[in-house]
Design a protein around this ligand. Structure first.
Ligand SMILES: Cc1ncc(COP(=O)(O)O)c(C=O)c1O
Length: 439
């Protein structure tokens, strides 16, 4: 406790959260509809009452290492004091104002800093409140980019097999149409052109030919650079990404890089695009943007894209504006998160996790259930011979004091970049325990 009786932010909380007082466990379970879950058969959710650093504190008194950074958000660990105080300070003056017609310093500062951090002339930042919406905005901007130039038939996108771009309908339409959780929405979604990510010279030639053939009806191409996350952490090389970007440019189409998962250091560079030395026309950011503090996302456009909206014609304006866009608390958190990237060796920490993974988990390559081990930045992926689902995996991790979930046929670690070696060792032991007990 501090002298004024308030709790210090660095004290772990061990009791039950106040939110549970007066409401029975049964009622609480009944009303909260959980994501990606068959509510009838899902494992009971683990109740978390506080977080600190790499740890999640459970209501029943356990401390779990968050080996997946709460869906890749908490890159500095949870409740980092610099982020907490930035948000607390902002809370004292202005939690939120609409961004329509008025602005605030945190949003302006954040937009300017993102423009500085991003490669090339990605200079124009449009805020939203989730990654899926950032993708929607990117698709809409790309479509309108052509519309504003009098080209109204460019209504479709090339997307990729195994892609995942979010859960709203536009974003769903550019996910893998066959092998994805959204596959059964087929008739409901916009028509797009899914393709394999080209690898060989021949495949690149076919890709170019495809773009050329459909050019008149295409607005652009959307890709998760370097890592297709939700499909089971599939990697492609920086060389492939660069070649792909060149092919898209050669056909004068827009390239959208969805860096919602890869952005902010996860692949070992600030953005995955940096490794391929490419500048997409639009980039989507989310997840790590606020360091796991608050929901915020952004779609950032190049000067060329923005210039097609900048005119005397009111119809050329981008008609989009989420109510909470550029929320001041979230922008304060994001500004503080960028401070930490500037002041602390985050990218180096992220890269060292891949080195650790190769060395420590490399020996798992000979495990009978392991198909492949691949590491990139703060991402260690163990591909296995089955899709075990959550039930045989999550409780085993918890037994070993780790919070992680399998994804399709992979067990993976995407920890906060600040995780220590002993904590990583604990994650490795837990992963091995899961592996040895797969059904
Ligand atoms: C690559 C990618 N795009 C988009 C999204 C959607 O982001 P959100 O869950 O914030 O809507 C995700 C989420 O996992 C993602 O990994």
């Amino acid at each position: 406790m501090t002298s004024d009786g308030t709790k210090r932010t660095d004290e772990p909380v061990t009791g039950r959260a106040d939110a549970s007082v007066g409401v029975s466990e049964q009622l609480r379970q009944k009303h909260l509809w959980m994501p990606y879950s068959q509510m009838k058969t899902a494992l009971p959710a683990v109740e978390i009452v506080s977080t600190l650093g790499v740890f999640l504190q459970t209501a029943d008194g356990r401390r779990l290492i968050d080996a997946i950074s709460c869906w890749w958000t908490a890159c500095h660990g949870h409740r980092h004091p610099h982020l907490v105080s930035a948000v607390a300070d902002q809370l004292k003056t202005m939690p939120h104002v609409m961004l329509g017609g008025i602005q605030h310093p945190q949003a302006k500062r954040l937009a300017a800093r993102l423009a500085q951090l991003l490669p090339g002339d990605l200079n124009h930042v449009f805020f939203s409140d989730s990654g899926s919406v950032a993708v929607e905005v990117a698709l809409k901007i790309a479509k309108q980019y052509w519309l504003n130039q009098g080209e109204s038939a460019r209504n479709h996108f090339v997307c990729f097999q195994h892609a995942y771009h979010g859960d709203t309908t536009g974003a769903m339409s550019v996910c893998d149409p066959v092998d994805s959780m959204h596959a059964h929405f087929k008739g409901f979604l916009l028509k797009q052109f899914p393709r394999p990510i080209p690898q060989t010279e021949q495949e690149f030639a076919e890709f170019s030919q495809f773009l050329r053939h459909h050019r008149h009806e295409l607005a652009g191409v959307i890709i998760e650079p370097l890592v297709q996350g939700a499909a089971g952490m599939k990697f492609h090389s920086a060389g492939q990404l660069r070649e792909l970007a060149e092919r898209v440019r050669a056909e004068r189409l827009l390239l959208i890089a969805d860096e919602i998962a890869t952005g902010f250091g996860r692949t070992g560079t600030m953005f995955a695009c940096d490794q391929a030395e490419i500048v997409p026309d639009l980039i989507c950011l989310g997840k790590g943007l606020t360091g796991g503090m608050l929901p915020l996302a952004a779609t950032v456009a190049t000067t060329e894209v923005f210039s097609q909206f900048y005119s005397d014609d009111p119809d050329h304006a981008l008609m989009h504006g989420p109510t909470y866009m550029g929320n001041a608390l979230a922008c304060a958190a994001a500004n503080a998160s960028i401070d930490l990237f500037e002041k602390e060796p985050r990218l180096e920490q992220a890269r060292r996790i891949a080195e650790w993974g190769e060395e420590r988990l490399g020996r798992l390559r000979s495990h009978p259930r392991v198909r492949q081990l691949r590491c990139l930045g703060a991402l260690v992926v163990v591909e296995i011979d089955c899709e075990p689902g959550l039930k045989p995996v999550v409780p085993r991790y918890i037994e070993k004091g780790v919070w992680a979930r399998p994804l399709r046929n992979t067990l993976y670690l995407a920890p906060p970049f600040v995780i220590s070696w002993p904590q990583l060792e604990q994650c490795a032991d837990a992963l091995q325990w899961v592996l040895d007990n797969l059904p």
